[in-house]
Design a protein around this ligand. Structure first.
Ligand code: TTP
Ligand code: MG
Length: 613
C-alpha cells in the first residue's frame, strides 16, 4: 500500500437507532450501601483478595481508588470500612433486579446487560413515537409518553433543550442542516430526557445512581457516558456527518481516545495499530509481561494515517486467530460505526460456570475434593438461576417432602464442560512463566442433575464420579506430574424451555418425576466431547471476551490482560453480552516486583502503580 495515498473515506454511519448505556456508580459498594444504609456516610471499600475492587465516593473523596492494594488503602484512609466482596451472590442479585427494573421501561425488549453493572437499551421506538407527539410551537411544554396504552404514564419535559451534559459542551448550530440531521438532533434530545427520567427512577425507586451515555450505537453511547461520572449523563451531539471532519462530532470525540480504550480493540490489535502508525515496534514497559504500553497512539492518528483503510487494516491485522473481515470491523470502530444490535432481554444466562484458582493442585485426591466443591456451587447456581416458581403447584400427594414443590426448570444446559489450566514447568533459573492456556473437555450433562428430589450433595457427588472424573482423566491421562492453577466447570449449551419449539415452558422436573427416558431427546450424542482450543492454545471463552469488553469502561479494553482480549471484537465481530461467570474469575497472580497477590484484572493497574512509583 502506498504510504502517501490518502486515507480511505470514512464509512456511512447508521443513524436510525438511539441507544442508552447505563453504568451503575461504584456498583459493588452501592450494593452494600443499599443493604446497610449507614455505610453511605462512611468511606466504604469492597475487598477481593488483596485489593479494593471498588469503593464508594466518600472513600474516593478521601483518596482511595479502585484497584488499590488493601494495605495502601489503609495507609491513605485508616478509618476505611472494608467489606468482603468475594461472594458475588449479592451483586448478581442486585444486577438482575436493576436490569429487570430498567427492562420494564422498554417497549421493544431490547435491553442487554454487559457484566453486572452495565446495561444497553435500544430506545429508538420510544423516541420515534414521542418525536411524533411533539408540538413544534411549544417544545418547552412537552410530555413524554412511557406507554402507548396509558397516556398518564409519562413525564413533562422541555424538548427545546438537551438534558444533562453534552459532548461537545456547546452545541453546533445545525439549523441549516439537512432534515435528517435535524431529526437526529431532536431524537437525541428526547433520549437525553428519557435517560434523565430513568436515572431519577432508578435512584428514587431502587436507591442506585448511575451514569448514562446517549448516542446512536453501543460503541458511542458507552464511550460518551464516561465523559461525566458519577451520577451524570452525556449526550453525543450532532452533527454526525462523515463528509467533513470539522463538522463531525463523532470523529472529533473518538479521535482523542487512545486506540486501546476503544471497546473491541484489545491489546494485540492495539499494538499492531501502534506499530503501523509509529513504523516501529511499540515499546512495552520493560519487565512487565502484561504491562501496558507507554506509547500513546490516538484513534485520530490511525484514522488519518496515509493509506489506511479497511484493506490495509486487514493486511496489518491478519494473523492466526484473527477473523476474516477484521480490517473492515476495526475501520468501522475507528469511524464510530458499530452496527451490533442491543440484544433482547434475556432471563437465563447463556452458561453457568464456576471456577477456583490454586497455588498447587497436583494430586487426584485433592482434585476430587475441589471438583465436589465446584459441583455443589454449580448445582446451587443452576437452582438459583434456572428454576422458577411454578404457577400451577401440584398437590402434595404426588410429591415427597424433599421435593421442591412448585419449582420448574426454565432452561437446562445440555453440556457439562471441565477446564483446567496447567502450570508450566519451571525455567532453569527457577522462575516460572505465567500461562493462561486452558484446556477443556465437554460431555453431555447427565439427566440426574435435574432431579429436584435428591440433595445437591448427592447429585454433585454423582456428577463428579460419573462425569467430571472421566473428563479429568481425558484431560490429564497421567496419574501425576501435573500441577493445576485453575479448575473450571461449566454448564453450557443452554436450552431455554420458554423459547423452545412447541413448549411454553416445558417442565423438566415434572417430566423427570414421570419418566427419565423422556429426557433422552435433549441428550447430546455421545462422542460430542471436544477439546475446545483456539489457535493460541487458549480456550475460546465468550465470557472472557466479554470480560475484556466490560473492562473497557474502566479504562479501555486492553487494560485487562484477559487471555482472549486480543480478539475482543470476537470471531463474529459482535459485542458479547457478558455471561455472569466472567465475573467469577478468582485467579490469583503474584506481582513479580513486590510479590503481592491479586486477581488477574488487577495486574495491569498494579503494574502501572509500580511504574508511577
Ligand atoms: P466499574 O463500573 O469499573 O466500577 P464501579 O461501578 O465500582 O465504579 P464507577 O463509579 O467508576 O463506575 O466496575 C463495576 C464493578 O465491578 C465494581 O463495583 C466492582 C467490580 N470490579 C471487579 O470485579 N474488578 C475490577 O477490576 C473492577 C475495576 C471492578
Ligand atoms: Mg460502574
Amino acid at each position: 500500500m502506498d504510504q502517501r495515498s490518502p486515507p480511505a473515506r470514512p464509512l456511512r454511519r447508521q443513524l436510525d437507532s438511539i441507544i442508552l448505556h447505563f453504568d451503575y456508580d461504584c456498583f459493588y459498594a452501592a450494593v452494600f450501601e443499599s443493604e446497610t444504609p449507614e455505610f453511605r456516610s462512611l468511606p466504604l471499600a469492597v475487598q477481593q483478595k488483596q485489593i479494593i475492587v471498588t469503593c464508594n465516593y466518600e472513600a474516593r473523596r478521601r483518596g482511595l481508588s479502585k484497584l488499590q492494594l488493601i494495605k495502601d488503602a489503609k495507609k491513605v484512609c485508616p478509618d476505611v470500612v472494608i467489606v468482603l466482596g468475594e461472594d458475588l451472590t449479592r451483586f448478581r442479585n442486585a444486577s438482575k433486579h436493576l436490569y429487570a427494573f430498567l427492562t420494564s421501561f422498554s417497549w421493544n425488549n431490547r435491553a442487554e446487560r454487559l457484566g453486572f453493572d452495565e446495561v444497553f437499551m435500544d430506545v429508538s421506538d420510544m423516541i420515534e413515537y414521542n418525536a411524533g407527539l411533539l408540538n413544534p410551537n411549544d417544545l418547552a411544554n412537552s410530555y413524554f409518553c412511557l406507554s402507548k396504552n396509558d397516556p398518564t404514564a409519562g413525564f413533562a419535559y422541555d424538548a427545546s433543550q438537551v438534558a444533562g451534559h453534552t459532548y461537545p459542551e456547546s452545541s453546533t448550530d445545525i439549523s441549516g442542516a439537512s432534515p435528517d440531521a435535524q431529526r437526529l438532533q431532536m431524537h437525541l434530545r428526547l433520549a437525553s430526557h428519557l435517560a434523565k427520567h430513568l436515572r431519577q427512577q432508578l435512584e428514587s425507586e431502587k436507591g442506585y445512581t448511575c451514569t448514562v451515555g446517549v448516542s446512536t450505537n453501543k460503541l458511542l453511547s458507552k464511550l460518551v457516558g464516561n465523559v461525566h461520572k458519577p451520577d451524570s449523563q452525556t449526550t453525543l451531539l450532532p452533527p454526525y456527518t462523515t463528509d467533513d471532519d470539522e463538522f463531525d462530532n463523532v470523529a472529533s470525540f473518538l479521535d482523542g481516545h487512545e486506540i486501546g480504550k476503544i471497546p473491541g480493540i484489545g491489546f494485540k490489535i492495539a499494538q499492531k495499530l501502534r506499530a503501523h502508525v509509529l513504523q516501529r515496534v511499540p515499546k512495552i514497559d520493560a519487565g512487565l509481561v502484561y504491562g501496558g504500553t507507554k506509547e500513546v497512539v490516538l484513534v485520530g492518528h490511525v484514522r488519518r494515517h496515509p493509506g489506511i483503510g479497511p484493506e490495509t487494516l486487514e493486511r496489518i491485522l491478519e494473523g492466526p486467530g484473527t477473523p476474516h473481515g477484521i480490517g473492515g470491523k476495526i475501520w468501522g470502530l475507528l469511524n464510530g460505526c458499530d452496527d451490533t444490535e442491543v440484544g433482547l432481554a434475556r432471563e437465563v444466562p447463556k452458561q453457568i460456570s464456576i471456577e477456583d484458582s490454586y497455588t498447587r493442585l497436583n494430586t487426584l485426591g485433592e482434585v476430587v475434593k475441589e471438583l465436589r466443591l465446584l459441583s455443589e456451587s454449580l448445582l446451587k447456581r443452576m437452582h438459583a438461576d434456572l428454576l422458577e416458581e411454578e404457577e400451577d403447584v401440584e398437590t402434595t400427594e404426588h410429591v415427597t417432602a424433599t421435593d421442591k414443590i412448585g419449582k420448574r426448570w426454565v432452561a437446562y444446559p445440555k453440556t457439562i464442560r471441565l477446564s483446567t489450566r496447567p502450570r508450566l514447568p519451571q525455567n532453569p533459573d527457577g522462575s516460572r512463566n505465567r500461562s493462561f492456556a486452558r484446556i477443556s473437555r465437554s460431555a453431555p450433562m447427565p439427566n440426574f442433575v435435574f432431579n429436584l428430589k435428591e440433595s445437591i450433595e448427592l447429585l454433585s457427588s454423582r456428577l463428579v464420579s460419573e462425569s467430571l472424573i472421566p473428563l479429568f482423566r481425558k484431560l490429564h491421562p497421567e496419574k501425576s506430574g501435573w500441577n493445576l492453577s485453575l479448575v473450571n466447570i461449566a454448564a453450557t449449551n443452554m436450552v431455554d424451555t420458554a423459547s423452545e419449539k412447541g413448549g411454553a415452558g416445558r417442565d423438566i422436573s415434572k417430566m423427570f418425576k414421570r419418566q427419565d427416558e423422556v429426557l433422552k431427546q435433549w441428550r447430546v450424542e455421545e462422542g460430542n466431547e471436544s477439546a475446545e482450543m483456539d489457535e493460541d492454545g487458549m480456550e475460546a471463552y465468550p465470557s472472557r471476551q466479554a470480560s475484556a469488553m466490560r473492562e473497557s469502561s474502566r479504562g479501555g479494553s486492553e487494560d485487562v490482560p484477559t487471555p482472549s482480549q486480543e480478539d475482543s471484537v470476537g470471531n463474529d465481530g459482535k459485542w458479547e453480552s457478558e455471561d455472569e461467570d466472567a465475573m467469577n474469575e478468582g485467579d490469583t497472580f503474584m506481582c513479580e516486583q513486590c510479590g503481592a497477590a491479586m486477581p488477574i484484572y488487577a495486574m495491569a493497574a498494579h503494574s502501572r502503580w509500580h511504574i508511577q512509583g
